[in-house]
Design a protein around this ligand. Structure first.
Ligand SMILES: *Cc1c(COP(=O)(O)O)cnc(C)c1O
Length: 427
């Protein structure tokens, strides 16, 4: 007999490409049936078959307070009945912008949008408009949403023009995207020494969290800042994952490096579709209606979305020590995995920064995309399917992070560790 998840998938594929509205949800890389989630509370999820899971994804980051947080829900329930959208200015947007500017010192003006993809696409347009230059540098293995110019194939050192990594992206859209190697400043300098006066910006995930989790090495982010200053290019931090996660001021506060522009998503919306981009006043002043860079959105600054995001950010602001607790608890959790692997003589790697972490099935240390790619994705698939079957909801793909939330209890994390141990011991 088919499970309810299997029945839903059979129905879904008739009407939705691949049955899902975002590819990773299809569970293709672990070869099993997607879990259709019915409900969530705190750090727990329940699927349509009634199975319970400890949620180690948190909707890919937004749910840092856990699901169905009472303070967030209270504000959403208040905002909804007042009207779902007006397409006009609201007080909530003013409050949100003021809050973001006060929490993140490098952000002096901020524009709300509806997704991380939109935030990054717009920030790049601003960087190009401000510098009047066209080229951008991105790092192989960093993900910045699905806009045309950022879907480039993994680069090689000698390549100057990016090659599209998706059908439907014309070469013209990626020819100004240069690829560099994460944690390798020389690969960045090489582009600048060839065509520095044409480079508008360097965009980076300050902690790479879309090739598994890769920490920036000492001096890497600072080095990017210096190179950009030397060539009058802008430095863009894509903090769609790290923003309000590593701390209230994101990775830029955590590593003390000040970008010119920052993009947000995920946590800023608390689970509602929200993104934002902002930065230095002088740079952001090129955005319409002030300046000549056009960017707009019918639903941008949506009142219900603002209510949710603001409730979450205000809670975080009012509980500054909660980051310390979360990061300490996460460090203990990831350290326990490392100890377990050592004890069981398994060579695999655990990378973690704050509440983000991941397990790579490789014996090599992982510091960039090349080394991440040495991970055995079949081994990951086997592990992931075991964990799912035993009530731990992990990313159904190797090159994704685990996101711990402030709702995870010590007992729940211990249960995750025990499930991992049971898996490792039966190998
Ligand atoms: C998720 C993500 C995006 C894209 O955000 P969407 O809301 O999915 O469009 C961009 N950059 C980074 C670093 C992300 O993790």
């Amino acid at each position: 007999m088919q499970s309810r998840n299997e029945q839903l998938m059979a129905e879904a594929v008739k009407y939705i490409p691949g049955g899902v509205n975002s590819p990773v949800r299809a569970f293709g890389s672990i070869g099993s049936c997607p879990r259709f989630i019915k409900r969530a509370d705190g750090a727990l999820l329940w699927d349509e078959d009634g199975q319970e899971y400890i949620d180690m994804i948190g909707s890919w980051g937004p749910m840092i307070l856990g699901h169905h947080h009472p303070k967030v829900w209270e504000q959403v329930a208040k905002a909804g009945p007042m009207g779902l959208s007006f397409g006009a200015a609201t007080a909530a947007e003013v409050e949100m912008a003021k809050l973001v500017c006060s929490l993140v010192p490098s952000v002096e003006l901020v524009r709300m949008v509806n997704s991380g993809t939109e935030a990054v696409m717009s920030a790049i347009r601003v960087a190009r408009g401000y510098t009047r230059r066209n080229k951008i540098i991105k790092f192989t293995g960093c993900y910045h949403g699905h806009s045309d110019g950022l879907l480039v194939k993994a680069g090689s050192g000698v390549m100057t023009a990016g090659v599209p990594d998706s059908l439907g992206v014309p070469e013209g859209c990626t020819s100004d995207t240069l690829s560099a190697v994460y944690n390798d400043l020389e690969s960045v300098r090489a582009h600048f020494s060839r065509c520095g006066e044409e480079i508008a910006a360097v965009i980076v995930e300050p902690v790479a969290a879309n090739m598994g989790v890769v920490e920036p090495e000492e001096g890497f982010l600072q080095g990017l800042r210096e190179i950009c200053d030397q060539y009058d290019a802008l430095l863009i931090f894509d903090e769609v994952i790290t923003g309000f996660r590593l701390g209230i001021d994101g990775a830029q506060g955590y590593y003390n490096v000040r970008p010119d522009l920052t993009t947000f998503g995920k946590i800023i919306g608390a689970g509602m579709p929200v993104g934002a981009y902002g930065g230095r006043r002088e740079v952001m002043e090129v955005v319409a209606p002030l300046g000549g860079v056009y960017q707009a959105g019918t639903l941008s600054g949506n009142p219900v979305a603002m209510a949710a995001g603001m409730a979450q950010l205000n809670w975080l602001k009012d509980h500054p020590h909660s980051y310390e607790t979360l990061n300490q608890r996460a460090a203990a959790f990831f350290d326990s995995i490392r100890e377990m692997l050592t004890e069981l003589k398994l060579p695999w790697q655990v990378n973690h920064v704050g509440s983000l972490g991941c397990l790579f099935f490789t014996g090599q240390t992982v510091h960039d995309y090349e080394s991440a790619k040495t991970s055995d994705t079949k081994a990951y698939a086997d592990y992931c399917n075991y964990m799912l079957t035993h009530g731990v909801y992990l990313a159904p793909a190797q090159f994704e992070a685990m996101f711990l939330s402030m709702a995870h209890s010590d007992a729940q994390l211990k249960q995750v560790l025990e499930t991992m141990r049971a898996y490792f011991e039966q190998l």
